[in-house]
Ligand binder design. Structure first.
Ligand code: NDP
Length: 247
């Protein structure tokens, strides 16, 4: 088999997702992502094309099992069967738990954690049949250390790692590695929307002294893909400028 694989990055149009799509394309893989807003996604696709990066885009809401299954079928029709899956789509709906609505809880769990079931379930059997696969979850530092106002988000992100280490055990004999990446605060729109003085306070807690860049997360995604990474499975890689040094 050639080293060019088919990769699906969920939430590829976002800050970190865009960098991951570009990284995997630069490594010679054929890359797809999902969209919910066709107009926005087409503009994004055209912008990448102008930079020499081809990414296939298909409709898909990862929070819905039906939509995720049809998203995978669309990727298969356009590029072929998925070898590399990056579960990256994610949202926040922050609020202290004692005031958190059922919707705030469910939206975050459905988008960040149930999506891992919805999307991975639709590709895992094919990977097992072909005896090769790479599955990565983009979790978060806040799934490791918790965060005031983010009980929903932290629970969803910690859950991703439990998912990773179970899937890694079930699929190790099938040439499939399953790993988690836990980024710290990365300068995407999501974080840049936070007031500057709050960002300065966050940066002051980071030993490296600054926020991360999407490219620094994408670099780590690239690290897990080659044949040389076949013995890395069930791992959690923290990338956070030293902000949190636990598991
Ligand atoms: P963005 O908000 O920039 O991008 C999120 C992406 O996910 C968008 O493409 C969005 O699409 C997509 N998405 C959201 N909900 C769904 C859904 N239901 N179905 C399909 N796609 C969906 O976020 P980031 O790039 O900053 O974050 C990417 C990942 O990294 C997330 O999982 C986040 O939790 C995690 N992370 C981010 C950190 C940071 O500091 N930025 C730190 C740690 C982890 P649409 O445009 O349609 O909304």
């Amino acid at each position: 088999m050639s080293n060019s694989r088919i990769a699906l990055v969920t939430g590829g149009t976002g800050g970190i997702g865009t960098a991951i799509c570009k990284k995997l394309a630069a490594m010679g893989h054929r890359v797809a992502t999902n969209y919910r807003n066709a107009e926005k996604a087409k503009a994004w696709q055209a912008q990448l094309k102008s930079q020499g990066v081809e990414v296939a885009i298909v409709p898909g809401d990862v929070a819905s099992p039906e939509s995720a299954a049809s998203m995978i079928k669309a990727v298969e029709a356009e590029l072929g069967q998925v070898d590399i899956l990056v579960n990256n789509a994610g949202i926040t709906r922050d609020g202290t738990f004692h005031k958190m609505s059922p919707d705030q809880w469910m939206e975050v769990i459905n988008t960040n954690l149930n999506s891992c079931y919805n999307v991975t379930r639709a590709v895992i059997e094919g990977m097992r049949d072909r005896k090769w696969g790479r599955i990565l979850q983009i979790s978060s530092i806040n799934g490791q250390k918790g965060q005031y106002g983010q009980a929903n988000y932290a629970a969803s992100k910690a859950g991703m790692h439990g998912f990773t280490i179970s899937l890694a055990q079930e699929n190790a004999k099938f040439g499939i590695t399953v790993n988690t990446i836990s980024p710290g605060y990365v300068a995407t729109d999501m974080v840049m929307a936070v007031p500057e003085e709050v960002r300065a306070k966050i940066a002051a807690q980071i030993p490296v002294g600054r926020l991360g860049s999407p490219d620094e997360i994408a670099y780590a995604v690239g690290f897990f893909i080659p044949e040389e990474a076949a013995w890395i499975t069930g791992a959690n890689l923290s990338i956070n400028g030293g902000h949190y040094m636990g598991w």
